[in-house]
Write a protein that binds this ligand. Structure first.
Ligand SMILES: *Cc1c(COP(=O)(O)O)cnc(C)c1O
Length: 397
């Protein structure tokens, strides 16, 4: 490679060949973070010999899940998606049934039901909470009752740590006898009107995936106040074995148990949940303060009935007022080695659900088009300032 010889014998690189400044360390969207007790619980589990998806550790984890969620019955399973799959089985979803959820969510909310042959119906969210709009739900339930085709289940999603407006949803679904299953995968630790998220629904599903607020390194839970529902889910999660020495099967199930190894990690983490919620809320508060007066920039609102976890801090850009699209901002952050991500692409726009539509006023699409999720995990104040400064520079503020 050509170096330039300059007067005085000093060899210099021309600017274009100068070694680049070392990149700033990457700031991730929502990285898993250890709380410190994991090694101790893991080593206790390994030395005990109970490492399968059975025994005292998953039981202890389930007890901690009951305490945390306020539900009286819990099954710890292999993933949040597995929990939702089991819920759909327990609810008796069959080919041709309808299952309703909000369009603005992650695909796993509905994927297991679709794989079982159900037809999804996508409803819009309310701009006040970004969660299922009870008014849209009421209109849809009225029409469905008239058609004589009520859904097998309604699935509100507690999006980005924001609880859905559950009371009106429960009373509407109660009026038409439709069970409510909360996809609370993103919202462990959130509260709705002072009670833990999902409480009051027939069932709720949680996730302990690596990017969630606490993690088992992978895992999930299905919870309910109805012991029969969880007993049935547990039966299906362990290959639907009937009580016979030769493994009798009245139906087929799954291998969805949570290994004791992973449950140990979850057990060590779950005690730190209140601290984690406080930390995520603090990250959000610092963004809100650091970006306060930028025109055209706003955040997911928190209605008075919500105590969100702010699992992710999500902003909205009004391109007319700030002159920048979320994609421009995403690239500017990426150039500074900062991970950000668009808001969930509404499911009715996904090729997998070709031909589907979203019932409502179209808020889901607008939130997708204008939204960006910011790094929201454990970060130093200096790291968060780097994110804030990059956003301010990009928006010319
Ligand atoms: C993460 C997530 C799930 C799935 O959880 P896994 O444990 O990854 O299977 C389901 N629904 C929503 C809304 C999620 O964010």
């Amino acid at each position: 490679m050509a170096a330039t010889k300059e007067a005085g014998g000093v060899v210099l690189f021309p600017a274009r060949l100068r070694p680049a400044a070392p990149p700033q360390p990457r700031i991730h969207l929502s990285p898993p973070a250890l709380v410190g007790g994991e090694l101790a619980t893991l080593s206790r589990t390994l030395t005990s010999g109970w490492i399968a998806p059975a025994g005292p550790v998953p039981l202890a984890f389930e007890e901690a899940i009951r305490d945390t969620t306020g539900f009286s019955h819990a099954a710890a399973v292999a993933s949040g998606t597995a929990a939702l799959h089991l819920a759909y089985r327990v609810l008796g979803v069959e080919r041709g049934d309808e299952v309703w959820t909000q369009s603005l969510t992650f695909v796993a909310s509905i994927a297991p039901a679709v794989q079982m042959g159900a037809r999804p119906r996508f409803l819009d969210v309310s701009p006040e909470s970004w969660t299922l709009d009870p008014e849209v739900l009421e209109t849809q339930l009225r029409q469905a009752a008239r058609r004589g085709k009520l859904p097998r289940a309604v699935v509100p999603v507690d999006l980005y740590g924001q609880p859905a407006d559950l009371d009106p949803i429960l009373s509407l679904c109660g009026r038409w006898g439709v069970p409510v299953l909360c996809d609370s995968a993103e919202a462990l630790g959130a509260h709705y009107r002072g009670r833990p998220v999902g409480k009051g629904a027939a069932m709720a599903a949680f996730s302990f995936n690596g990017n969630k607020i606490i993690t088992a390194g992978g895992g999930g839970a299905l919870v309910s106040d109805d012991p029969a529902l969880i007993a049935r889910a547990r039966h299906l999660a362990t290959q639907a074995k009937e009580a016979a020495p030769h493994y009798q099967h009245e139906t087929t199930g799954y291998s969805y148990g949570l290994s004791s190894v992973l449950a140990s990690v979850g057990l060590a983490q779950i005690g730190a949940l209140p601290m984690r919620v406080a930390a995520r809320r603090l990250v959000h508060a610092r963004y809100a303060e650091g970006l306060a007066e930028l025109p055209g920039l706003s955040f997911m609102p928190e209605p008075e009935w919500s105590h969100a976890t702010r699992w992710l801090t999500v902003l909205q850009l009004d391109p007319q007022r700030c002159g920048v699209t979320p994609e421009t901002l995403r690239r500017a952050l990426e150039a500074a080695n900062i991970e950000s991500r668009p808001v969930w692409k509404p499911l009715h726009l996904q090729p997998a659900f070709h031909g589907a539509r979203c019932h409502g006023a179209g808020h889901s699409v607008r939130l997708f088009e204008r939204g960006l999720c910011l790094p929201s995990g454990a970060m130093t104040a200096d790291e968060q300032d780097r994110v804030i400064d990059t956003i301010r520079t990009c928006l010319g503020g």
